[in-house]
Design a protein around this ligand. Structure first.
Ligand SMILES: NC(=O)c1ccc[n+]([C@@H]2O[C@H](COP(=O)([O-])OP(=O)(O)OC[C@H]3O[C@@H](n4cnc5c(N)ncnc54)[C@H](OP(=O)(O)O)[C@@H]3O)[C@@H](O)[C@H]2O)c1
Length: 214
């Protein structure tokens, strides 16, 4: 599958590494340093492009930008004629990482959907880059769980497949509005990893008996 990634930092590059290894064709974008972007992409056997080029290239577009520049990045997508799945990986972090700027009455994902009318937004916060860049994606021998929310079942399924491809376990968490709760759960992981001393080799492990998921 062709995947355009907006954001070529720790997360964007970590995702690209796994996705290329699984046979996807990846284009990285959104850097203040075009040469660095080109080098990072070449090292991964990926393409480099502008945000507009990556969005046009991707059958799925991945959003991996710091919250403060997310609207700026989305504005660079320009006009897209076809609808695309947008895998939103962002945390709406306060600049000092002490908490979230948005939560419970709306979600970062729902706000992104307003900024990207071309997008079928699916929220799934990937494991920390420290895990993505490590030799395996396992914590205590297990893949970590990633909640996947979105209003379109097929789009959730497509992103769930990519979550598997990066070595995590997708948990179908239903409609996009559930991101109001999965995003604070992501913030909990940030706090546990970086403030409470658990470190970034950390993740959820979700257990359930088969229900009737909507
Ligand atoms: N890192 C993780 O473990 C992780 C895990 C889950 C979710 N997330 C979320 O994923 C998103 C990206 O995180 P990250 O850790 O990959 O961030 P990062 O390493 O800081 O990467 C930021 C990316 O945005 C680009 N960028 C372009 N213009 C920018 C500007 N004006 N200011 C800042 N960056 C600019 C940077 O390019 P240049 O620096 O090359 O210009 C880089 O490609 C965040 O929303 C984060 O909360 C991160």
């Amino acid at each position: 599958m062709r995947i355009g990634i907006i954001g070529a930092g720790n997360l964007g590059i970590g995702l690209a590494k796994h996705l290329v290894a699984k046979g996807h064709s990846v284009m990285l974008s959104f850097s203040r340093d075009r040469e660095k972007l080109q080098k990072s992409a070449s090292a991964l056997n990926a393409h480099a492009g502008t945000v507009a080029e990556a969005a046009a290239f991707g059958e799925i577009v991945v959003l991996a930008t710091p919250w403060g520049v997310t609207s700026q990045a989305l504005a660079q997508v320009g006009e897209l004629v076809e609808e695309k799945i947008l895998w939103d990986c962002t945390n709406a972090l306060k600049p000092d990482i002490s908490g979230l700027l948005i939560g419970t009455t709306t979600s970062g994902a729902e706000e992104i959907a307003k900024l990207a009318p071309w997008a079928i937004v699916v929220k799934a916060i990937p494991p920390f880059a420290e895990l993505l860049h490590s030799p395996d994606m396992l914590v205590e021998g297990n893949p970590v769980d990633v909640f996947v929310c979105g209003d379109d079942r097929e789009a959730r399924g497509a992103v769930a497949k990519l979550v598997e491809d990066i070595g995590a376990r997708p948990i179908d968490a239903g409609p996009l509005a559930l991101a109001r709760y999965t995003e604070p759960a992501g913030m909990l992981l940030v706090q546990l990893a970086y403030a409470s001393g658990y470190g970034a080799r950390i993740g959820f492990s979700f257990h359930f008996e088969k229900g009737d998921q909507k």
